[in-house]
Design a protein around this ligand. Sequence first.
Ligand SMILES: *Cc1c(COP(=O)(O)O)cnc(C)c1O
Length: 467
Amino acid sequence: MRYLSTRGGGAPKRFCDILLEGLAEDGGLYLPEQYPQVDAATLTRWRSLPYAELAFEILSLYIDDIPAEDLRRICAQTYRAEVFGGRSEITPLHQLESGLYLQELSNGPTLAFKDMAMQLLGALFEYELGRRGETLNILGATSGDTGSAAEYAMRARAGIRVFMLSPHGRMSPFQQAQMFSLQDANIHNLAVRGVFDDCQDIVKAVSNDLGYKKSRKIGTVNSINWARLLAQVVYYFAGYFQATKSNQEKVSFTVPSGNFGNVCAGHVARQMGLPIEQLVVATNENDVLDEFFRTGRYAPRSATHTHATSSPSMDISKASNFERFIADLFGREGARVMSAFTAPAFELPHTEFERLRAEFGFESGASRHAYRVSTIRACWQQWGRLIDPHTADGLKVALAARRPGVPMIVLETALPAKFEATLIEASGSAPPRPAALVGIENLPQRVQVLDADEAQVRAVIDRELGV
Ligand SMILES: *Cc1c(COP(=O)(O)O)cnc(C)c1O
């Protein structure tokens, strides 16, 4: 399998080359040349596989530059019940009522679905860097979920250091404790006196200094990494197999969305032949994607026009993975993708707009704070299940979109324990915490506080590398 940029530039590459790269050189995102097709006999064979073996089967269709026995071992070591909440299914379905399910993706170490992909990414990075005799220094900015998922995936891994910037004093005490209590020598928490955008600007400035980036071996783990997306394809298959008895049946998924990474994995699964009826994109008040799927117009907004909401991991107005889907819609016409994503906005012609639903199964809906709170409360009262604010946005949209006779699976993207304040507002009491995280705020913390100054961040990196 070879990988190409959505914008058509550059030569085809192999998996392990794009694994360690971010964007393609022409500014596009990597996609496989074509999606491997899965026939009915293969689906039947996969139906009874444990999660780690299903992951191996799917990954091996896309990765031909890692020997099969190594890839199988990486999958087996990553998708272990001990790492994912003790459940052998890894992503179990929880039935709310007949035909309506939550798929639990948030039982990993940081209680959000990003662990599903990041844990695999950590294993793949360690493997490939070891094979090449190289090291990597991951530089990132986080306002919560991504940074902690990256740190828990990379901790204690050979050849990898993490430098993670976060806005000083602006994450919840629980989120801070999750990251700052890690004592691993290769994890460096840098709390910046500023807001998230200051952190992100510093990361961009350092990464744009190509000489520095190369000499210090700086890399990223952001959501455009194809390996992260590929890891997420697996749980759509796992969810489908749990909700159905035969491959004649179809299911629908509703996906709380921000950067379009999670639902894009659903699109890939559907393109491979998984019988998915609808892929429902759920947004919060930041509804750029909902607007697109309702009208055919994509108009990303700037950071200043992005609302801070009570489902913060979806506060995104420029969905970084969206270009992948548009490249498929445009028949991989690189020049057209390039002009769409270098323009301030674009609008689909009517015939193409109709294909979103008819051919690709996409639908959408938007939620907001009042719906989020009432959905958390209703889900608790009707079904006895506490859900987090992002999953609540998904459930709200799913209830309006679901069709009779087609099971609807809502992806659970975080556990309620991460979002105490909204849960207390909705349900009147604090959500329960997994036993391992009780009292985490009282553990000793490792963090360096810096000014919002690129030079100070470089100084920390250089001191650590002994440069
Ligand atoms: C990251 C995240 C999302 C959004 O996922 P995308 O892949 O960016 O669309 C939704 N919910 C939670 C809890 C998240 O952490």
